[in-house]
Design a protein around this ligand. Structure first.
Ligand SMILES: CC(C)(COP(=O)(O)OP(=O)(O)OC[C@H]1O[C@@H](n2cnc3c(N)ncnc32)[C@H](O)[C@@H]1OP(=O)(O)O)[C@@H](O)C(=O)NCCC(=O)NCCS
Length: 195
């Protein structure tokens, strides 16, 4: 049975990160992610100016209130921050876009200075649990650039299946870029979780 999570704000706990709704107070965190070429190089959009980051944050907060809800753009916050200033700070995001009743598209990113600590892997694992159990999705996809070694390692580690290449999938940094499409199905996720 499919469950719609229309009720309240989403808050999810992983092993090393917590995922929560963005608020308008997260501008610093959001700027640190989408305002950095080293991160956006691998995403489907160009680096955002401060003003654009602010507009994006406003849209995220607004869309989170829509019902039925189709976008779950969640802030990744470290459970054990390196410094007190990082307590509850949005150091990354996962974006799950529910494209129809059964399917979702996943995007994820972590601020450059916070990469390599297992945050994204834990966040994506936690969001997949949410997608397949709470939301009752059947299929979740992730499109990763062919030269994105970290992004690719992450989905492979979690057991996603490579489906193929989406040619000229995104236009970013002035050029067309292919993506490699990966997918996870609900029964596969359940099996992976049990082993
Ligand atoms: C991809 C990304 C989210 C990974 O974030 P992270 O918090 O550093 O990820 P993790 O620490 O959980 O590591 C994930 C895996 O990537 C591997 N990895 C990390 N950096 C790597 C690199 N430069 N080259 C190869 N593998 C790398 C890690 O070793 C880990 O695999 P492991 O579990 O086998 O060790 C981050 O690099 C990022 O934000 N990139 C830009 C946005 C992006 O590419 N998003 C994905 C497309 S939607």
């Amino acid at each position: 049975m499919t469950t719609r999570h229309d009720e309240g704000p989403v808050a999810l706990s992983g092993r090393v990160v917590r995922l929560r709704e963005f608020t308008l107070d997260d501008l610093d965190g959001v700027r640190g992610i989408v305002g950095d070429d080293r991160v956006t190089h691998f995403l489907s959009f160009n680096t955002r100016t401060d003003e654009q980051a602010h507009e994006l944050l406003r849209m995220i907060v607004e869309r989170a209130r829509e019902r039925p809800r189709s976008e779950y753009y969640l802030a990744i916050t470290p459970l054990e921050p390196e410094t007190p200033a990082d307590r509850d700070k949005a150091v990354g995001f996962t974006r799950l876009h529910r494209t129809n009743e059964y399917s979702g598209r996943l995007v994820y990113a972590v601020a450059y200075d916070h990469q390599g600590r297992g945050y994204a892997g834990d966040a994506v694992r936690t969001v997949l649990d949410f997608a397949f159990t709470t939301l009752g999705l059947h299929r979740v996809t992730a499109a990763v650039g062919p030269d994105n070694r970290a992004g690719m390692a992450l989905v492979k580690n979690l057991g996603f299946t490579r489906e193929g290449v989406l040619r000229d999938h995104v236009h970013t940094n002035g050029a067309w870029r292919d993506s490699v499409l990966f997918s996870m199905l609900a029964p596969e996720w359940r099996t992976a979780r049990e082993t």
